[in-house]
Design a protein around this ligand. Sequence first.
Ligand code: GTP
Length: 598
Amino acid sequence: TDLSRIRNFSIIAHIDHGKSTLADRFIQTCGGLSDREMAEQVLDSMDLERERGITIKAQSVTLNYTAKDGIEYKLNFIDTPGHVDFSYEVSRSLYACEGALLVVDAGQGVEAQSVANCYTAIEQGLEVVPVLNKMDLPQAEPERVAQEIEDIIGIEAADAVRCSAKSGLGVEDVLEDLIKRIPPPSGDVDGPLKALIIDSWFDNYLGVVSLVRVTQGSLKKGDKIVIKSTGRAWNADRVGIFTPKLTDTGVLGTGDVGFVVAGIKDIHGAPVGDTIVHQKGAEEAKALPGFQKVKPQVYAGLFPIRSDDYDDFRDALEKLTLNDASLFYEPENSDALGFGFRCGFLGMLHMEIIQERLEREYNLELITTAPTVIYEVLTTRGETVSVDNPSRLPDIGSIEEMREPIVEANILVPQEHLGNVIALCEDKRGIQKNMHFLSTQVQLTYELPMAEVVMDFFDRIKSASRGFASLDYHFVRFQPANLVRLDVLINGERVDALALILHKDQAHYRGRALVEKMKELIPRQMFDIAIQAAIGNQVVSRVTVKALRKNVTAKCYGGDVSRKKKLLQKQKEGKKRMKQLGNVEVPQDAFLAVLKVD
Ligand code: GTP
């Protein structure tokens, strides 16, 4: 193996700055796929991803590129997701690389998410190579954006390659530049095998497929291998690369990135971040440092509308976790909603994607309760417990202290929208930590309660800045806070699935807004429905959904049949996603009403 001819790289880019388009150009330039196959963007493999235009799963592609110096290089491109919910996958992919291309839309400038990912790359010792994309657009301002890259990220960018992934202009220059600037991999070619598992997923035909980076020695088809953490031995049945099609090569040498299939039936048998070694000498071999395990940030209860669907629901969750180790679930029993699961997600986008997949791919009709972050409770007995479900909060009497998760948020915003964004942060109980004026943007750092940030902060910051501000955040600590549980009662009955944890100062006002919203969402029925918000035994707000006086079809005089049918049909549709709580029908929207109040 000649390591000097290998380059392993990722692309760091904000959503829509053109990462997938550029990657497709690379594949095309290097002849990996025919024109017809290129018609589709190939790296985003799930339909849902394509529809939403978001890359979720890390993938890789190996390309052969003959550079202008006449030498053929092997380029391993490891794809990374662009959304903040999935930033842990970025860090993972970066472990397989010596460098990263920072692709910035030359009309837009640097975005907070890319800044965070660049810092991660630099911390991990990668060479970051800036690229200015979308140069074909009239609004491209390469000088300004290059200056911004230098100011914010602190890397040279005046000579950054300028390209248009769309037209193809400058794409080869990008490849030449990356070969020049990103160092080749290093490692003991003749040493005992060590390979890091970057990603594992379940394939219906092959079983578990693992994407690996060989850091030492080589992995051959037929080798007896051991997955370090489990200690189990397997046979490497298939070894190869993605071109992007899965292609057997029979061997992966030091510095290579590719796949191994070894008869493993369950992704937990090949955990991400684990080390693969040869069976001979496996016990003495030291594992490579893995990755930090990701923890879900947002929890919600999911309940099937038809209780018969419970088993199908459990099977569906089991299948989804086969390919998504970051999805957490455990059985939950609600007085109001019956048997379901409490699920943990990386963020709201992750939650929406999982919900959509459960509904679309598994035909389940689900009620989702309001998402919540994890709180820490110190009890009077001196124990610290984590609470991911407001209805499971210990009795007020046994709580010594409640603590909420705090995040550090880094925001980039053009100066003209600074005031709005600061006002928003202050309104969300943010504490300003830093403010730094750059050429046209301002870099802001705030500490904020995670509960305020995970829900809709991103959308709000976008609308407060006409779409120009960008945001990145990470958990920093749990902090004591004056929190209370707000209960919702329907016709006098406390509904466990509607409980919330809130700041005491906001509880009255939010409680009022919440019941007002629910009043709009719960359809009138044959009797009055009282909706109350309460803290402990104290009712803080109350509204009534008045009973219907007349039969809705009475107006149709019996004459106009089609009109009557239409009305009944409409009523039926309106009934979708309803859950019977006692004798009251409550629609899905009402369970999420808290997301709709300020
Ligand atoms: P994610 O996969 O969600 O992270 O997005 P991405 O960064 O991969 O962006 P993508 O490649 O999907 O490009 C986003 C949009 O920008 C698409 O509509 C592209 O056609 C367009 N685009 C990409 N590169 C260029 C370019 O050089 N010029 C112009 N005009 N448009 C481009």
